[in-house]
Design a protein around this ligand. Structure first.
Ligand code: DOR
Ligand code: ZN
Length: 430
């Protein structure tokens, strides 16, 4: 008999169907109208959706743990319906060599509530040896504002299979606009969208003829989307909830809390991002969870660090907006779950045989006002304060219940390190 069966209303391939999902050793082994199992969990109410894979979080551990750490960040992820995160390398020390990779994986294995991957930060020193890191990390991150773009040619010659994720803003271009910004509108002008587009074009020009798996993180402007439109099949593109839901304006207060890179832009950019998300031109939604403390944000705008927290609100807020606007849920689940998993070569994000048994249960009628004091971030604030969201009541990761009736029952250290296995690498196909 099958170890565990979960029965309820599932969203599968765009349809809501009542069925049973059979699970053995954390993996989905069958999906059928009826199934017998040693353990059976029924959800007579609520809808069961895949949980999210957030490929862009800054958990700040090690070294910056006054902002967040692997426990608080992944606990927040769990309450936000995210069963897997991939952590960015700008920690202290930065994740740029074997020792720092191993240290971060061991921190995650001790502290993580959800499954996690890590990025290697690509720099001048490790660039030539990226192949040596293929077995160690989940992906590669290239932060172009700090990267010598003349090295892109060198990068294009490498034969690595893991995703190269680019933060696309061109340093020289930013420096040209260069003056201090005192508010969000000025910030958007000094880190103009043309600097994003220029970076996108430079990467595309160098990488066009390669088989490298290129991902553009958090694209924020309509002109970058235009530059990308010719390459739709070759590269993947991400967007954040904050770029979809906010524009640079005086009404966002305090202004410094909304300071982020790339900056919030205009309502025309927002419209273009929505259109591209709904058409599938944008592949995925990523939170770019980048927490800073209230003390760090409560300074003069020009001195405040860039970044907003978002891993816990990403799925709830987007689910609420999709429902309110009548957009297809299937599209949202693709952008939050199945597509990021597939792009990064992870067996997650889909309710189908062979996938990890990762799901959330949601009650679509239960909308909640987002309040920082109900979230689990160490930083204690959210840019989505007062907005509405639909939070999961239950979360399963690899068949284990982590959250039950909105209460944590999972353990710190349950989260496993994930990376694509040989032969199951990242895939662009839909
Ligand atoms: O706004 C941002 N904050 N953009 C980044 O690229 C980095 C991030 C951070 O780590 O705080
Ligand atoms: Zn980031």
């Amino acid at each position: 008999m099958i170890e565990k069966v979960i029965e309820g209303k599932f969203l599968i391939d765009g349809k809501i169907i009542h069925c049973c999902v059979g699970i053995e050793r954390g993996i989905i082994v069958d999906v059928k109208k009826s199934l017998d199992g040693e353990t059976r969990i029924r959800f007579p109410r609520g809808l069961i959706l895949p949980s999210a894979v957030d490929v862009h979080v800054h958990l700040r551990d090690p070294g910056l743990t006054h902002k967040e750490d692997f426990s608080t960040g992944t606990l927040s992820a769990a309450f936000g319906g995210v069963s897997c995160v991939i952590d960015m390398p700008n920690t202290k020390p930065p994740t740029v060599d074997k020792e720092s990779c191993k240290e971060k994986i061991s921190i995650g294995e001790r502290k993580s509530y959800v499954d996690f991957g890590i990025y290697l930060g690509v720099n001048e020193n490790n660039l030539k040896n990226l192949k040596d890191f293929e077995d160690l990390v989940t992906g590669f991150k290239i932060y172009l504002p700090d990267f010598d773009v003349t090295l892109l040619g060198e990068l294009s010659k490498l034969k690595v299979k893991k995703v190269l994720a680019f933060h696309a803003e061109e340093r020289k271009c930013i420096e040209k606009f260069g003056k201090k910004a005192e508010n969000l509108i000025e910030h958007a002008k000094t880190r103009a969208s043309v600097c994003e587009k220029m970076a996108v074009e430079k990467v595309l020009k160098e990488m066009e003829k390669t088989d490298l798996r290129i991902h553009f993180c958090h694209i924020s402007s309509s002109i970058s989307l235009y530059a990308l439109s010719r390459f739709k099949k070759k590269v993947s593109v991400g967007v954040t909830p904050h770029h979809l839901l906010f524009k640079a304006s005086r009404s966002l207060t305090p202004q410094s809390y909304y300071k982020v890179n790339p900056p919030l832009r205009t309502s025309l950019d927002q419209e273009a991002l929505w259109e591209a998300l709904l058409s599938g031109e944008i592949d995925i939604i990523e939170s770019d969870h980048a927490p800073h403390t209230i003390d760090e944000k409560e300074v003069d705008f020009s001195e405040a660090p860039s970044g907003v927290p978002g891993v816990e609100t990403m799925y709830p807020v987007m689910l609420y907006v999709f429902l309110m606007k009548g957009y297809p849920l299937e599209r949202l689940v693709s952008a939050l779950c199945s597509r990021p998993a597939r792009l990064f070569g992870l067996k997650k994000g889909r309710i189908a045989k062979g996938m990890d048994a990762d799901f959330i249960v949601v009650d679509l009628k239960k909308m909640k006002k987002i309040r920082a004091d109900r979230l689990h971030y160490k930083c204690g604030w959210t840019p989505f304060e007062g907005m509405k969201g639909i939070f999961p009541t239950d979360l399963f990761i690899r068949g284990e219940r982590i959250i039950e009736d909105e209460e944590l029952i999972g353990d710190r250290g349950f989260g496993k390190f994930v990376k694509p296995r040989e032969g199951e690498e990242s895939c662009m196909e839909k």
